[in-house]
Design a protein. Structure first.
Lengths: 681, 346
């Protein structure tokens, strides 16, 4: 392989992994990802010379990027770490485009390291771990190959000689070196003391799952039904035991509809240690919920009619981190604070809604409820109001109205995740033209139609369902993300209704996707436990267990008649001191280095070889006369001893003359072979 | 350069006799520019990791620290079990570029030695580096570098510094090796002096009328045992019926002594006569004369041939100014050519 090509592959791999690590948190804007990908791919395929030597242009563009990013940061539009990561990417792109020699590679790798450090602050997912491993593996080889390239360039070594360096042996060695670097990084990681002083810290932002961010847009694509990643793990202390659940796991509710989407106008909630909402009954269910980082939220998900919630806690516990509290707002949206940046768990007591009790609840709504939950956009399509009046005209009871509209939507509309693209009024388009949509369209339609019919309602998001695993827990996956409607009933509060057809509620991952997701989850769990949540307590535990194992081993040794531990330690210590002292004395008394081994001089070796030939021939009765040249001696030996002797003597004579008087050196192998030939004479 | 090949074995340490030298670490380390960047960045990541407690930053820090450790180990392996030989070469003249060559043998069984540089420590020329990209395990390789010595003189070359930036180019590790040797930098080449010698001389050689190995014919004699067969005159031998050898006349070489009075302040005032003496000696030796040198307190008897000339030039290379009160250069009954007397000399 050519050295330049090997270096380019390795350096692009390193830079690619570093950039990918910054994107794993989902904070890097798509245009930036696209621009970097174009530079990366084009310089990989066509070589760095694609930059065309327009270094001034690339530097100016990088400076422009720096100014723009600094401006966005000052304006508060961009996070500092995101801005720094983007600048590092711009710097790396600059170096890729303006590379002229291997001496330019240093800054490239430095910017890649900057990106990797930025990625560490932006994401804690397993994806970052994979990027890190890829980076560690490739950057070690890239650094070494760049160094070799630079040395070859500085020595003005011909290209074919430099390419000989990139031998399979060297490549194998570099692969081993990369593995050692990765292993060393792991060892350093586990051994480095975890002491922190926390002058400036940055909360890592979670990539919000659709529906759990601040707003819900109908133009969005919604959660993919094929997403098999587990978001919640639920264990029931008491409650359902069926293989699949049909529960709605409520995470967040939205009250304000602007015609294109939903947002919440509730002010931030206040902290509560726990919440007891209703009087408990013996038949209530208890659920323990673990929210995984993949959910991308800090929401508290609950099901059914909520009775009580216990305070959340980190999973696994982290003694050094601040305690988690639950915060709830006026719309019953509950969040965990501060962001635990890891899994968290909580338990809640609930019971199924008793819909029969809702009949005859009446429509005497309190003013705050009317104010928030009957809101409609001013430019609402008049056909929506007409439809609401038509569907809700019959029954006077609000529950009957809800049932009528819900049933009309379920039966008259189809579930589809095929997106209509951008339309001016997505709700009207769904209700009157396309008549197909995903759960957010159904929930929005039901909520808006109920509001138009004078029934207070709001849009809720969360998950639907759950499948029991082998360990008895239920997994709720990304594809289970769902949206539905909550309707207010005086004296009861909000009760969920779901207009989405049954086939559109639960996740539909393929078998392969499920298998891959489960494997990913297993590795992710270990990644979180062993890396992301690794703490000084883990180090202390490991140290204690190591000491315990050592002590037990020594005690076992003593029990088998060995010497006492203390005495043995003293002896080992004394031996170490003696050995150290001996080494020091030897080091200080070492002799000045002389030419310790005179290496063979080629001329001398040639002389010795020819003298050996003369001795051998003399024994055979052919002494060399003073005037006789080496070739004449060989000829005479040939004449008198036969063709074999002639061949040997001639070869020795010729090699002797070439080595003794010419520039041709005798290699060790050749010397050994000729000596053996002479011995045969 | 000393005629013998000088060598050192890197498997043992160089240790001059003084205690200070003994306590000196066997390796030196220098940060390259990239190494400084890397160091400060590692420091920054370490501070950030300690500040935030972000485990992923500790992971990055672990990788960076490992790279430093691996770099140290590999560079050490690179410099171990190397045998360095300074190859002999002709004495260079001051101001003339010459080639300095080394042969490196890697005595490691499995590990190659990559990207090493060899430099002389305390040499009379600037910092020149002979580079070697690779020396395979158990293999030899040679490297040369062009150097130019500014001033004549006799210089001791004691230490060779072998360095490497392998594997990452972040740090440069040096190892001193004792490779004893000597370098004679001869006086600068210039045009020979055009002067008549006292006592007169002429080019070539003078026949003496006695048998010898000169160019002139003296007569024939019978071929004796041990004679070179090339002396046989075949036509005469055929005519005489026995082998006759050509006998040639012995010739006496012309002798000339260069008189250089080096008494006085020395410095640059001595340099011009030394250069003239060297140029004249080269020219006369090339014309076959036996050339000698007499200076204050020392005398080099006239002799011909390249070995004698080298001896004379080396004497001139290391010639220093003698005290003004010192003895005058000794002159006998011979051809003498005075070369640029130093002011104040006799």
């Amino acid at each position: 392989m050519k050295l330049a090509l090997a270096r380019r592959l390795a350096s692009h791999s390193a830079v690619g992994f570093a950039f990918a690590s910054t994107t794993s948190g989902g904070d890097i804007p798509l245009p930036a990802i696209g621009a970097f990908a174009v530079v990366w791919a084009s310089t990989l395929i066509f070589g760095e010379r694609i930059g065309g030597g327009r270094n001034v242009l690339w530097t100016a563009l990088t400076a422009l990027a720096l100014a723009g990013l600094a401006g966005l940061w000052f304006a508060g539009l961009l996070d500092l770490v995101v801005a720094a990561s983007l600048f590092s990417a711009a710097l790396a792109a600059n170096r890729l485009l303006s590379r002229q020699s291997a001496a330019d590679d240093g800054l490239l790798y430095l910017s890649a390291l900057l990106m990797l450090a930025g990625g560490a602050a932006l994401s804690a997912d397993l994806a970052y771990g994979l990027c890190f491993a890829g980076f560690a593996f490739s950057v070690t080889a890239a650094l070494a190959l760049s160094h070799l390239s630079r040395a070859a360039e500085e020595a003005k070594s011909p290209e074919h000689l430099a390419d000989r360096l990139a031998s399979p042996r060297l490549m194998g060695g570099l692969a081993a070196l990369s593995a050692v670097a990765l292993l060393g990084a792991a060892v350093s990681f586990f051994l480095f003391p975890r002491a922190t002083f926390g002058v400036y810290t940055r909360q890592r932002t979670r990539g919000a799952q659709t529906g759990f961010s601040g707003e819900l847009r109908l133009e969005g694509h919604g959660a993919l039904k094929g997403d098999a990643r587990t978001m919640l793990k639920v264990r029931f202390r008491r409650g359902p035991a069926a293989p699949t659940l049909d529960l709605l796991w409520r995470g967040k509710a939205f009250d304000f509809f602007d015609g294109r989407g939903w947002r919440s106008t509730a002010p931030a909630g206040s902290a509560r240690r726990n919440a007891v909402l209703r009087e408990a009954r013996p038949e209530d269910s208890w659920a323990e919920v673990e929210v995984l980082p993949e959910a991308g939220t800090t929401a508290i998900f609950t099901a059914g009619e909520l009775v009580q919630i216990d305070p959340p806690s980190r999973l696994p516990p982290r003694a050094s981190a601040p305690a988690l509290v639950m915060v709830a707002d006026a719309f019953d949206n509950r969040l965990v604070q501060p962001d635990p940046e890891q899994s968290y768990q909580y338990a809640f007591r609930f019971r199924p809604f008793e819909l029969a009790r809702l009949a005859g609840a009446g429509m005497d709504y309190p003013e705050p409820v009317r104010q928030h939950y009957l809101q409609l956009p001013t430019d609402l399509d008049p056909r929506v109001r007409e439809l609401a009046q038509r569907l809700g005209a019959g029954p006077s009871d609000p529950l009957a109205k809800v049932r009528a509209i819900e049933q009309a939507l379920r039966s008259g509309y189809e579930y589809s995740t095929e997106l209509p693209g951008t339309v001016a009024d997505p709700l009207a388009h769904f209700l009157f033209e396309r008549k197909k949509g995903h759960c957010e369209y159904f929930s929005t339609a039901l909520t808006v139609l109920l509001r138009a019919a004078g029934v207070p309602a709001r849009n809720a998001t969360g998950f639907f369902g759950g499948v029991r695993d082998e360990d008895g827990r239920y997994s709720i996956r990304g594809g289970d993300a769902h949206s539905w409607t909550e309707v207010y009933f005086p004296g009861f509060g909000f009760v969920p209704f779901d207009a989405t057809p049954a086939e559109g509620r639960a996740a539909r991952p393929s078998a392969l996707a499920s298998w891959a997701a489960q494997a990913w989850e297993k590795v992710s769990a270990r990644w979180r436990v062993w890396v992301v949540d690794y703490s000084i307590w883990d180090q202390m535990r490991a140290a204690r267990s190591a000491m315990g194992a050592l002590t037990r081993g020594l005690e076992r040794f003593e029990g088998k008649g060995g010497i006492q531990t203390g005495a043995m330690l003293r002896r080992v210590g004394a031996l170490a001191i003696i050995l150290g002292a001996v080494w020091l004395i030897r080091y200080l008394l070492r002799r000045p280095l002389k030419a310790q081994r005179q290496p063979p001089r080629r001329a001398q070796e040639a002389d010795r070889l020819f003298r050996a030939l003369q001795r051998r021939l003399k024994r055979r009765g052919i002494p060399r006369r003073p005037s006789q040249t080496a070739r004449e001696l060989a000829e005479e030996a040939g004449r008198r001893l036969g063709p074999d002797a002639s061949r040997i003597a001639s070869e020795v004579a010729e090699r002797y003359l070439a080595a003794r008087f010419g520039a041709s050196r005798l290699s060790e192998d050749e010397l050994a072979r000729l000596r053996a030939q002479v011995r045969k004479l | 350069m000393a005629s013998d090949t000088s060598s050192a074995d890197l498997s043992s340490s160089a240790a001059p006799g003084h205690l200070q030298d003994r306590l000196r670490l066997p390796r030196r380390l220098r940060f390259t520019r990239e190494g400084w960047y890397y160091f400060f960045f590692t420091l920054g990541v370490g501070v950030a990791a300690l500040n935030t407690g972000n485990n992923l930053l500790f992971l990055v820090l672990g990788l960076q620290l490992t790279a430093i450790v691996v770099s140290g180990i590999l560079s050490e392996i690179c410099l171990q079990q190397l045998e360095v030989v300074r190859l002999p070469l002709a004495d260079p003249c001051a101001g003339d570029p010459f080639l300095l060559s080394y042969e490196v043998r890697n005595r490691k069984r499995f590990w190659p030695t990559l990207t090493i540089q060899i430099a002389e420590k305390g040499a009379p020329f600037g910092p020149v580096l002979a580079s070697l990209l690779e020396v395979g395990p158990g293999k030899r390789a040679s490297a040369s570098v062009q150097a130019t010595a500014a001033r004549r003189g006799r210089y001791g070359l004691d230490l060779v510094v072998v360095s490497t930036r392998f594997p990452f180019g972040l740090f440069e590790k040096f190892r001193d090796l004792s490779v004893p040797g000597e370098l004679f930098v001869l006086p600068t080449r210039e045009r020979p002096l055009e002067k008549r010698a006292r006592g007169g001389y002429r080019d070539g050689e003078r026949p003496e009328g006695k048998p010898g190995h000169g160019a002139e014919f003296l007569g024939f004699r019978e071929l004796q045992a041990g004679d070179d067969r090339r002396l046989v005159h075949w036509r005469k031998s055929a005519a005489a019926g026995r082998l006759l050898a050509v006998e040639r006349e012995r010739e006496q070489r012309r002798r000339l002594v260069l008189r250089l009075d080096n008494r006085g302040p020395g410095g640059e005032r001595l340099e011009a006569p030394v250069r003239q003496a060297a140029a004249t000696a080269r020219a006369l030796s090339q014309r076959g004369l036996e050339v000698g040198l007499t200076v204050s307190g020392s005398r080099l008897e006239p002799a011909a041939g390249p070995v004698a000339l080298r001896k004379l030039l080396r004497t001139l290379a290391s010639l220093e100014a003698a005290p003004a009160s010192g003895p005058a250069p000794v002159v006998r009954r011979e051809g003498v050519l005075a070369v640029g007397a130093v002011e104040g000399g006799a």
